[in-house]
Ligand binder design. Structure first.
Ligand SMILES: Nc1ccn([C@@H]2O[C@H](COP(=O)(O)OP(=O)(O)OP(=O)(O)O)[C@@H](O)[C@H]2O)c(=O)n1
Ligand SMILES: C[C@](O)(CO)[C@H](O)COP(=O)(O)O
Length: 239
């Protein structure tokens, strides 16, 4: 690891893409499902590679991934770097990616972790996150305020409580933290479903940067149709 860079940190994207997509129940991992004629993962990678603020985009693939090599990624340019070091969980995959780039990342460089399964990432999402967190001591994440009334269910799916939604947000990605801080946090907290949780477990408070609902995660089959609609109807149609 190099010395802390305070003045001009670089920005690296890490895209965990080593999941199996079990909830999608498709014949192949969801990151490779076709979305507007391209692998689903291609859409977010395209935005990240084109973002002026981002210096390199590391895709964390499963160790035995055989599909990556069957696609042509050349249109995305030289920033794109596959790493075959995915782990058993999302957190393991992200940590594997952080370890793999230890030789080139400095402690103070920013890392933006973005799910391969969020294909509707837009350039303005990245710009807003990077701009709003540029001078933040901790970092943070894109998120949207909860809009629905929330119910807690018992084991029979009867409502046992209405949970006040004030100050509740839904976490999205990218989640942006300093390299050394994020690596240390994930080394210490592996049972987490996002990077911010690891940072919180380390006693810090990530900042919430308001995104929007178009940056959805493709989890179930219906989400694929929603993603397609969003990309097709987005102003400027950057799909
Ligand atoms: N061992 C894992 C598990 C997940 N991911 C990645 O983390 C992101 C978010 O995870 P999720 O939506 O849960 O994807 P899957 O684990 O593939 O889906 P499921 O939970 O339905 O199996 C995805 O881009 C996925 O590829 C990963 O890199 N390594
Ligand atoms: C990181 C994330 O996308 C934020 O909403 C989410 O936590 C991933 O969770 P999953 O259970 O791995 O889908």
């Amino acid at each position: 690891m190099r010395a802390m860079q305070i003045s001009h940190p670089r920005h690296f994207a890490i895209v965990p893409a080593a999941g199996s997509g079990s909830r999608m129940a498709a014949a192949r991992p969801k990151q490779y499902l076709s979305l507007l004629g391209r692998p689903l993962i291609h859409h977010a990678l395209s935005v990240l590679c084109a973002a002026p603020a981002i210096d390199a985009v590391f895709v964390v693939l499963s160790v035995d991934d055989t599909e990556w090599a069957t696609h042509d990624w050349s249109a995305l340019g030289p920033k794109l770097r596959p790493l075959f070091c995915g782990g058993a969980t999302r957190a393991d995959s992200v940590l594997g990616g952080l370890r793999a780039i230890a030789g080139e990342a400095a402690a103070g460089d920013w890392v933006l972790v973005h799910d391969a399964a969020r294909p509707c990432l837009a350039p303005w999402h990245v710009d807003k996150l990077v701009r709003e967190l540029a001078h933040d001591e901790v970092g943070g994440l894109l998120a949207v305020p909860v809009a629905d009334t929330l119910k807690r269910a018992d084991e029979h799916r009867h409502v046992c409580e209405t949970v006040p939604r004030d100050s509740l947000w839904q976490a999205q990605t990218p989640q942006m933290f300093r390299y050394a801080m994020l690596r240390r946090a994930l080394e210490g907290a592996r049972e987490v479903t996002d990077e911010a949780s690891a940072i919180e477990a380390a006693g810090l408070r990530p900042r919430l940067v308001q995104g929007d609902a178009t940056n959805l995660k493709v989890t179930y089959p219906l989400d694929l149709h929603l993603a397609e609609w969003i990309l097709e109807n987005r102003e400027g149609h950057n799909a």
